[in-house]
Design a protein around this ligand. Structure first.
Ligand SMILES: [Zn+2]
Length: 116
């Protein structure tokens, strides 16, 4: 009879230990869930930042950072398609730059002083 009681007490102790471990695990789980949530929002804002930077890179590639205007419709949505040194002033850093207009799709040649 005595040993049965001892065994029960022992089991009760074990149960309490397990319950403590379980509640510690629950706390950790909820801290981890918070962290995941935080990281997800960081990822989201990094994605947005990345997207904005890519757009910036894209606009540099399209290369109309100086806001040249289409000779036909006046749009600034120009895409650089090439360039060559100016026939007369090429030696002085003057370049004829060819742009395609994204609005009217016509070509414009704009003379640019690259040394400026
Ligand atoms: Zn145009």
């Amino acid at each position: 009879m005595e040993t049965l009681k001892e065994q029960l007490l022992l089991l009760k102790d074990q149960l309490i230990t397990y319950e403590n471990e379980l509640s510690a695990c629950r706390r950790k789980t909820s801290a981890l869930a918070d962290m995941i949530c935080h990281l997800e929002s960081q990822i989201q804002s990094l994605k947005l930042e990345n997207c904005a930077l890519n757009e910036k890179i894209e606009s540099f590639h399209n290369a109309n950072p100086h806001g040249h205007r289409c000779r036909h419709c006046g749009s600034t949505k120009l895409k650089r398609i090439g360039g060559e040194p100016h026939k007369i002033f090429g030696d002085m850093g003057i370049v004829d730059t060819f742009f395609t207009c994204m609005d009217c799709e016509k070509e414009s040649v704009i003379t640019i002083d690259i040394l400026k």
